[in-house]
Unconditional design. Structure first.
Length: 266
């Protein structure tokens, strides 16, 4: 893993992601190393994804200057890299950015697959308008390690949701991407765990084979002898329909508010 410190000239980026006005990413690159990550194609990044992190050391200062002039809007943290990946323990850039956002009273939506978000509970509880979304794709830890090598175990993410809810912080869960054979086999247990943690809002999205993703996913699924299944998912536009319908149906039975993250595609 190569970590280097860099400077940035901008902090906030306008975004068309649903529910967000701005994207804020204190880091470029991500050490969690999810094999299905679409970020390299979005960023047009040629370096091996999961093996580098650029630390934007000056981003809290840049952000503070931008917030003085920016039109109020929801700021999403974690749109193309996880703000609570392991380097956050050292650099604390996500926390420093949250402090600035709280100071200027901007609404914030954090998305992460790390229980490290709990380190900022004190700050999150004081913020005027904040929500935390936790991504969970499977309750099978063996598959979780194959698809998300350096992520927090799913049980710890569920515990993080519970802790956030008990603290009165608004939460949601993201079941995405839906991973054939990994998400579907543990789907009932996953949704029950989300419900029991106190979260009621669930969003989902299918695995999307953007450029370069199949090359990273294929070695992982081959180890579970699921490469044929994933080839079908890649080639058949209707493949995910039944999985999504099952997720919605199970969620409603459990009293969850379930909706697609990108209802109009992306």
């Amino acid at each position: 893993m190569r970590v280097r410190e860099v400077s940035c000239t901008t902090a906030l980026s306008p975004t068309r992601l649903p529910g967000l006005d701005y994207a804020l990413n204190p880091y470029r690159g991500c050490s969690i190393g999810c094999v299905y990550c679409y970020s390299p194609s979005v960023l047009r990044e040629d370096r091996p994804w999961g093996r580098f992190v650029d630390v934007k050391r000056n981003i809290p200062v840049v952000l503070a200057k931008e917030l003085k002039k920016a039109k109020p809007g929801v700021v999403g943290i974690g749109t193309v890299t996880d703000g609570y990946q392991p380097v956050e323990m050292r650099y604390r850039l996500t926390r420093y950015c949250l402090e600035q956002l709280a100071r200027f009273e901007f609404p914030v939506s954090v998305q992460t697959k790390s229980s490290l978000v709990l380190k900022d509970m004190d700050l999150l509880r004081r913020m005027r308008d904040v929500e935390v979304g936790v991504t969970i794709t499977t309750m099978d830890d063996r598959m979780r390690r194959a698809f998300e090598p350096f992520s927090s175990p799913s049980e710890r993410r569920v515990e993080a949701l519970k802790t956030l809810n008990e603290a009165g912080i608004r939460t949601w869960a993201f079941v995405g991407p839906i991973l054939p054979g990994a998400t579907e086999t543990t789907l009932p247990a996953l949704l029950v765990a989300i419900r029991d943690a106190g979260t009621r809002h669930v969003m989902f999205d299918r695995l999307r084979f953007r450029p370069g993703i199949w090359e990273r996913v294929e070695p992982a699924v081959r180890g579970f002898r699921m490469d044929g299944m994933y080839r079908s998912a890649r080639e058949d536009p209707a493949f995910f329909g039944p999985l999504e319908e099952r997720l919605v149906s199970l969620g409603k039975e459990l009293g969850l508010d379930v909706e697609p993250a990108f209802p109009h595609g992306w």
